[in-house]
Design a protein around this ligand. Structure first.
Ligand code: GLU
Length: 487
């Protein structure tokens, strides 16, 4: 196999979508799997819609996902610059080459003329390719039109009798395109900006790209690209078009099916590990039942042979499941660190944390993480550990507090807790039992009212661990407050 050089070539024109991130991941995995090079090129030729802000978002999202690049914007490399608007001379040079070979010509038609032409063709029921009006202009014609103040675009001359073009695609197999209706197309606009197909061909060649792995929506562009490769005498790279992403209802993935921008998932507290795992399964599978894959495992196993031709289905439940998995299974320090900004945002924490506070927080996170789908859910689960008071709103919890044995139980427990030198979870377990003994009750008769008083609910994580997290004073205060309320 030739040296693998792949690229991810986003257009920085808006939010960074799931589909783009999947293309980036597949390219990255392919490069890493085969010891190749992963290039990041910015396709910013749509001057109106492109922005640096959007570019920065894409870079930040790639870094967040753990996808580093070997050549490209910010890191540089031998084939730079890596932003298309900084490569205009190069496109100019190859457009000139095509002009001199007569594979391209200057076209002086104005937007209005082209629009009128399209309309006329449509009215006749003809396909709306370019009519070829400027195909055979003489140098004198050109001089006259230029004297009128017209600035020419450069159009590629599609070879006559261009029949079928076959794209040999590593995912889709051989795909034939009938090219009889491809009209001559613009490669360089009158302002010197290249069009998409031309810029991509020049760049992929100049960057020695070996494999073009991208979304299926670009497949119909590929015949035009092949025509350009042929005219320039360049070898085509290998193509691999990855299928569309559909919603669960099998319509094209859109906002209706869930957030489409990577950033939105990051903001909600999805873990990059879950996102990478999920994106990998959007069109690729390892072949077995296994669904949990780290980036390292994916790097070992990824291959284009296992990328499916059929559309991938975006299943938010699966992403939620994966995220829950990584929240539960990752090292507790890691999840704690990721949780801090979410708790800060919710007003529960102020950083920096003292080492003691950090250790305490770790206990809280360890206790509640099994309830989370994403880290943004934390705010709904941690109030009882951060707030001074707890409100007992649940009907069943209120009722549990009215049992006749509760005053004796709570008084005993409060006393034992305050007397205890350090309220660890282990100690709390013993004290609960001892207080029950004093009040002449055991099991649920102890746990349910105590839990109700401490948390306002009759369900939740381990009571002894909750007590250790709350600490002696808060436990005693909450028991007393519950009794006051009940009296
Ligand atoms: N700039 C194109 C896009 O963002 C990618 C083109 C390609 O991968 O060839 O869709």
């Amino acid at each position: 196999m030739q040296p693998v050089r792949v690229r991810f070539a986003p257009s920085p024109t808006g939010p960074f979508h799931i589909g783009g991130a999947r293309s980036a991941l597949f390219n990255w995995l392919f490069a890493r799997r085969y010891g190749g090079v992963f290039i990041l090129r910015i396709e910013d030729t749509d001057l109106e819609r492109s922005s640096r802000e959007s570019e920065e978002n894409i870079l930040a999202a790639l870094r967040w996902l753990g996808l580093d690049w070997d050549e490209g914007v910010e890191v540089g490399g031998p084939n730079g610059p890596y932003r298309q608007t900084e490569r205009l001379e190069l496109y100019q040079r190859y457009a000139e080459q095509l002009l001199s070979q007569k594979d391209a010509y200057r076209c002086y038609c104005t937007e209005e003329e082209l629009a009128a032409e399209r309309e006329a063709l449509l009215a006749e029921g003809a396909l709306s390719g370019y009519s070829g009006r400027c195909r055979n202009l003489s140098p004198e014609d050109c001089a006259r039109l230029e004297a009128e103040g017209r600035k020419p675009a450069i159009r590629f001359r599609v070879p006559d009798n261009q029949g079928t073009i076959v794209v040999r695609d590593l995912v889709r197999g051989e795909v034939s395109f009938d090219c009889s209706d491809i009209g001559d197309f613009i490669i360089l606009k009158s302002d010197g900006i290249p069009t998409y197909n031309f810029a991509v061909v020049v760049d992929d060649h100049c960057m020695s790209v070996s494999h073009v792995i991208r979304a299926e929506e670009h497949l119909p562009n590929t015949p035009r690209k092949i025509l350009l490769y042929n005219a320039l005498g360049w070898e085509t790279p290998q193509f691999a078009h990855v299928s569309l992403i559909l919603g669960k209802d099998r319509s094209k993935m859109s906002k209706r099916h869930g957030a489409t921008a990577i950033e939105q998932y990051q903001e909600k507290g999805y873990l990059p590990e879950a996102m990478v795992n999920f994106l990998a399964l959007l069109g690729w599978s390892a072949g077995g039942e296994e669904e949990i894959f780290s980036l390292e495992e994916l790097t070992r196993q990824f291959s284009l042979e296992r990328v499916s031709k059929s559309p991938a289905v975006f299943d938010l439940d699966k992403l939620n499941w994966l995220n829950g998995h990584y929240i539960r299974q990752s090292p507790i320090e890691y999840i704690t660190d990721l949780s801090i900004p979410f708790l800060e945002k919710a007003g529960y924490l102020k950083t920096p944390l003292t080492p003691e506070r950090y250790e305490w927080l770790k206990e809280v996170i360890a206790l509640v993480r099994k309830y989370l789908v994403c880290l943004d859910d934390l705010k709904d689960h941690v109030g009882i550990y951060f707030n001074e008071e707890v409100e007992v709103l649940e009907e069943e919890a209120r009722e549990a507090l009215t049992a006749p044995h509760v005053p004796a139980l709570f008084e005993a427990l409060a006393r034992l807790v305050l007397d205890c030198p350090a309220l660890s979870a282990e100690a709390a377990k013993g004290l609960l039992k001892a207080a029950g003994k004093e009040a002449g009750v055991k099991g649920k008769q102890i746990f349910i009212p105590v839990r109700a008083a401490l948390t306002g609910s009759i369900e939740g994580p381990d009571l002894d661990r909750i007590m250790a997290i709350l600490g002696k004073e808060r436990v005693a205060r909450r028991l007393a407050a519950a009794l006051d309320r009940g009296l």
